[in-house]
Design a protein around this ligand. Structure first.
Ligand SMILES: Nc1nc2c(ncn2[C@@H]2O[C@H](COP(=O)(O)OP(=O)(O)OP(=O)(O)O)[C@@H](O)[C@H]2O)c(=O)[nH]1
Ligand SMILES: [Mg+2]
Length: 453
């Protein structure tokens, strides 16, 4: 079987198994593109007749053998997920059955879809903008009620609507400027009015940006790094928090070499938690790389759990680590309190936590402390619908252009200069929505989707 994997042609008919690999009650194979109806009709030996109507039939392979009894449905573009002609086949959820149905489509001229290619086509065919495409991925990946809610609201057009509103306000401001450029001699230039318009938009945007981090945290999870010198019980703590034997634990210092991640929910908040290599001076090349990664992880995380050993007390190694993380939002966690009591106050707020990762003692207090620290990051009430770093970056650039425009108006620059800044802001909004895009950008976004979505 030949699969044309590097064919980017958007006129191809693409096919994929849409249900997760494995055994289940039902398996779904979906196809999109100009030949999707013909291929399916060929396989079920009857015509689809009406779009959006479920039909029962037998699915035949090219030798005339029945592969399975199936239900199928056809959609006519543009009234489909991708905006093209599409079909979906519902078969019994076996690995071989779905695979065979997929192969029959490919034998008849369809090609295997790439990750997210159905959604990519929906975007290219104008069914959704990029923000909505991101929302679809977030719905699939949602790990908390809040992130699901934000994603669904964005799919329904919440953030896209806000962005379009800003766009409209900018176009209004721009048309006032254009009039003064074209008929400046006859019309008094309403500089104050334009300044006021732009100022209003800057204010509106500032409010969005002020709460953007919260939307992103809710959607992608709050990051929590466990750091400390070797052998203090970091991996034991990770395993305890995940309630899973994820990381290797031994009494040999330097056991963990790489960053090990897991995801947990604490009091409804979604965390991405990472265990790291013990930080110490070493000549071991591999260990050194691990330690660099640990330090990077600590600097990039929202909260750092600085694990200390109650059997050794605060040592020179701890002092070294403390210097590295002093600007981080860290919680000092004294571990092994079941066998040691050499403890001292380390936290800025004097609020050290005492635990035994082995017995589970003190874990609740630690979780309470973590939640207390991250509450401001995810607090409800002001949740912004900006949910990805990409969205945030574009909006920040829009804001910069508009601030420049405002300065230019206020310093009495000619209005055509102001209009350049506003136009730049507009094209940045277009990039955010995807009206203006590059293939690289699309590759980046859709690579995170599964095949069949
Ligand atoms: N008694 C006691 N032993 C612990 C506790 N936590 C960890 N240990 C033991 O301490 C040793 C080191 O534990 P790890 O979790 O591997 O320590 P680590 O900080 O990940 O070590 P590296 O990966 O080498 O940096 C193991 O023998 C654990 O069983 C604890 O709370 N109490
Ligand atoms: Mg470890």
């Amino acid at each position: 079987m030949e699969i044309l994997e590097n064919n980017d042609d958007t006129r191809d008919t693409i096919v994929a198994i849409a249900t997760p690999p494995g055994v289940g009650a039902i398996g779904i194979v979906r196809a999109s593109g100009p030949h999707s109806w013909r291929i399916l009709e060929d396989c079920v030996r009857k015509s689809i007749e009406a779009e959006r109507r479920v039909v029962y039939g037998n699915f035949y392979d090219s030798d005339g053998n029945i592969v399975d009894e199936v239900l199928f449905v056809g959609f006519k573009g543009p009234r489909s997920y991708t905006g093209e002609d599409m079909v979906e086949v519902f078969c019994h959820g076996g690995i071989l059955v779905t695979q065979k149905i997929l192969e029959e489509f490919i034998k008849r001229g369809a090609r295997l879809a790439k990750n997210g290619e159905f959604t990519r086509r929906a975007f290219l065919n104008g069914k959704i903008d990029l923000i909505k495409a991101e929302a679809i991925l977030q719905i699939i990946e949602a790990k908390s009620e809040e992130s699901l809610k934000l994603a669904v609201e964005n799919l329904k057009g919440k953030l896209s609507g806000e962005v379009s509103a800003i766009r409209k306000m900018l176009i209004d401001a721009l048309s006032k400027i254009e009039v003064t450029i074209d008929y400046g001699d006859d019309i008094e230039i309403p500089r104050e009015e334009i300044a006021q318009d732009v100022e209003n938009i800057v204010k509106f945007l500032s409010e969005k940006l002020a709460h953007a981090d919260k939307g992103i945290h809710v959607s992608t999870g709050v990051t929590l790094a466990i750091v400390g010198k070797p052998n203090v019980g970091k991996s034991t703590l990770l395993n305890r928090l995940l309630v899973e034997d994820r990381a290797i634990v031994t009494d040999i210092p330097g056991t963990t070499r790489d960053v090990i991640r897991g995801e947990i929910k604490i009091r409804g908040i979604h965390f991405v938690i990472s265990d790291t290599a013990g930080i110490r001076e070493t000549n071991d090349v591999v260990e050194k790389i691990g330690i660099d990664r640990a330090i990077r992880e600590a600097s990039q995380s929202d909260v750092v759990l600085f694990v200390l050993d109650a059997t050794t007390g605060f040592t020179k190694d701890d002092e070294y680590i403390m210097n590295i993380i002093q600007d981080s939002n860290f919680i000092a966690v004294w571990n092994k309190t079941d066998i040691g009591n050499k403890i001292s106050k380390v936290s800025k707020d004097g609020d050290d936590i005492y635990i035994s990762a082995s017995t589970g003692e003190g874990l609740r207090a630690l979780e309470d402390k973590i939640v207390e620290r991250v509450k401001p990051l995810v607090e409800d009430g002001h949740l912004s619908h900006v949910t990805t770093k990409r969205q945030l970056e574009h909006l920040k650039i829009v804001q910069q252009h508009l601030k420049k425009a405002l300065e230019a108006i206020k310093s009495g620059y000619p209005v055509d200069i102001v209009s350049i800044d506003i136009r730049n802001a507009l094209s940045e909004l277009d990039r955010l929505l995807g009206t203006n895009f590059t293939d690289d950008l699309l590759d980046n976004i859709f690579a995170n989707f599964c095949v069949g979505k």
